[in-house]
Write a protein that binds this ligand. Structure first.
Ligand SMILES: NC(=O)c1ccc[n+]([C@@H]2O[C@H](COP(=O)([O-])OP(=O)(O)OC[C@H]3O[C@@H](n4cnc5c(N)ncnc54)[C@H](OP(=O)(O)O)[C@@H]3O)[C@@H](O)[C@H]2O)c1
Length: 299
């Protein structure tokens, strides 16, 4: 007798990581119910080479909040596991309301259902970060770790998608970082992260820091970006004192500037290395960006 596929409720499905989740969960045999804000955008290809949801998602719930998604009370019906890559990155929204509040509301709905686990993609070093982004994620992780659902908390290093910015700057001849750039990262491709996370579902509770297959200093990442762009590497060292000044100014401009500035500057000053998973290497990703750029120029 063939077994019915288990249903996964996927949150943050339209993001870089969420889209890779959809592909990996589908290929692992799960049935996906995805909450999205815009179905047409969801079904199209995503940013940074992340896949369209169309081939992978069985059921869409179009909603901008947990309560809207559950308006008829059926959101969690038949759901075995929840996977959340829901969080504010470039969206203009308050991380406390989304990374903490919205994830918490979905958790409450899951706790009132027959779902058995909740996998959350957080961020590394969340418990020591001072930005509202990291504080909001840390608060949700604390709530999740006390849940009756099996908590699966995965804290990734920097995504390839985010490091695209370093390649774009290198292409313009700009390479800069805080201090000597010796902070270590283990950048991870969305596909590798999603594949690793998918393998955790159905297993015991865990909290794990995860990175890609190689550990690189920030300065090495800048060098790889210049090499891919076909330029002589440059690295301008920004005095750490300037980071304090930038934070001071951002705190006084407003909460969004404060959260983003603190998040990125703290990320550039703290090692972000997790257990090594996956196969995608950053140099190959940068080379694919260079290839895409040269194809676009030839058109
Ligand atoms: N980038 C990194 O290097 C990095 C490293 C470690 C951890 N993380 C964390 O990993 C998670 C996923 O990252 P990602 O790069 O995949 O992010 P992303 O591409 O920006 O995707 C975020 C997802 O959350 C949804 N979302 C954001 N704000 C929302 C709002 N106000 N209302 C409803 N939905 C909202 C987005 O929906 P829409 O598509 O409709 O906007 C999208 O589906 C985030 O929590 C991020 O902080 C990132």
């Amino acid at each position: 007798m063939t077994q019915e596929p288990q249903t996964v409720l996927l949150l943050g499905a339209t993001g870089y990581v969420g889209r890779h989740f959809a592909a990996q969960l589908h290929d692992a045999g799960y049935r996906i119910r995805a909450v999205v804000r815009d179905r047409q955008r969801a079904e199209a290809e995503g940013a940074w080479g992340s896949p369209p949801l169309a081939p992978y998602v069985a059921e869409y719930v179009v909603a901008a909040s947990a309560d809207e998604a559950n308006a008829d009370g059926s959101l969690m019906l038949g759901v075995a596991h929840v996977v959340s890559a829901l969080g504010v990155t470039r969206q203009k929204a308050d991380p406390w309301l989304i990374d903490y509040g919205m994830n918490l509301r979905y958790l409450e709905l899951a706790e009132a259902s027959a779902a058995s686990s909740f996998l959350y993609v957080g961020v590394m070093n969340a418990t020591v970060g001072t930005s509202l982004l990291t504080r909001s994620k840390a608060a949700f992780m604390a709530a999740l770790s006390r849940s009756r659902l099996t908590p699966l908390i995965v804290n990734p290093s920097g995504y390839f998608s985010d490091l695209t910015e370093i390649y774009d700057l290198a292409r313009r001849g700009i390479g800069a970082g805080l201090g000597d750039g010796q902070v270590l990262l283990s950048p991870i491709h969305g596909e590798d992260l999603a594949a690793f996370c998918t393998g955790l579902i159905g297993g015991p509770a865990t909290t794990v820091d995860v990175g890609g297959p190689e550990t690189l200093s920030y300065r090495e990442i800048v060098r790889l970006a210049f090499e891919a762009a076909g330029r002589k590497p440059r690295y301008t060292s920004i005095a750490p004192g300037l980071a304090h000044a930038a934070t001071w100014v951002a705190d006084r401009i407003g909460p969004r500037q404060s959260a983003l500035t603190r998040f990125f500057l703290e990320g550039m000053q703290t090692d972000g290395v997790g257990i090594s998973v996956g196969t995608h290497r950053l140099a190959e990703y940068f080379a694919s960006l260079a290839e895409a750029h040269s194809v676009a120029q030839r058109r």
